[in-house]
Ligand binder design. Sequence first.
Ligand SMILES: Cc1ncc(COP(=O)(O)O)c(C=O)c1O
Length: 407
Amino acid sequence: MLDTYKIRKDFPILNREVYNKPLVYLDNAATTQKPICVIKKMEEIYSTINSNIHRGVHHLSRLATESHEQARKTVAGYINAHSDAEVIFTRGTTDAINLVASSFCRSHCKSGDEIIVTAMEHHANIVPWQLQAEQVGVVLRVLPVNGSGEIKTDDLEQLISPQTKLISVAHVSNVTGIVNPVEDIIRIAHGYGIPVMIDAAQSVQHMKIDVEKMDCDFLVFSSHKMYGPLGIGVLYGKEQWLDSLPPYQGGGEMIARVSFEGTTFNELPFKFEAGTPDYVGSAALGEAIGYITEIGMDNVRRYEEELSGFAIEQLLQIEGVKLVGTAERKSPVISFLLDEIHPYDAGMLLDRMGFALRTGHHCAQPLMDALGIDGTIRASFAFYNTKDEIVQFVDAVKKVMNILVKR
Ligand SMILES: Cc1ncc(COP(=O)(O)O)c(C=O)c1O
């Protein structure tokens, strides 16, 4: 079992107040708070071994290099990658998707080739492909969602054509928390020889990810949504795919030999890591992974499911609450509407009561269009949230209804 009250002591920010009220942080899908071990790790690296990595022969540089490469091993172990070379450090999910979109479309696509995404994608998994539509002429095909916000794999079979070159889908929707049947999507795609990229930005912090079992070709996520620092993320790619892609950006680190006559590129993973890597961020991400691994992903999943089930049950008892996105498999992300109340108005009132949540389109405007709404109120939970906080939150929602609904 999870000792949430003990866990909360590891997160200094959770003790603070806003507007003289205790902070209730329910915006974890946007970014998670950081445990003290992650914060301390960054301080430790800066104050003990800070030194640019890979190039230096001196002691500090060797220590910093070892720390960075150890972090790569930790990430590889966490997602069960076959080799460390399959783990590329990026600036985050967005950067990783842009990398794949750019390198893949330039090398594997021609004008008229198709990329499939779903209607529930975050803008980070839409716009990079649109940029490639302009550059290379690829065509974006969209798997629709139904009224509950779910995709159907039968529709995928309809959408696949001889021109389909890659399928890129969110593992979990950042708006509804719906978990997509990625294993089925990958099986179907592979039946046609099509590679699949999984946007795991909203899943890697809530469930065990095993890339070998999942059999995805690429998988991307951000450190800051999984209790790690900002500014770093991960692209996992099967070695054969990464080998087949040209570099994304040019500069130091990613080269083998540079001359004005021509340049050769470094081996994996360095081919995709131009410039000085964030070796402080990687070490702190490694620390975050160590922290959540110690808690245990099965414990995390069980606790968060219970928490989110409780929140849904309590919210639905309030007249006028409408959930957006219902499905059997959900992560602890709840989007809802309150009668005719505009989400921003509700969000502003809840903020004044100490609740940090997100309102609006959540960087998923096409999903809002598909569902025929402007935005939602979103509460997203982490393992440091408590049932007490949910009880307070539900009370606060009732107050908002009393203030804003004219009955
Ligand atoms: C599903 C999904 N994909 C991609 C992103 C982009 O992540 P980042 O801004 O960390 O690059 C997010 C962020 O909310 C997300 O939820």
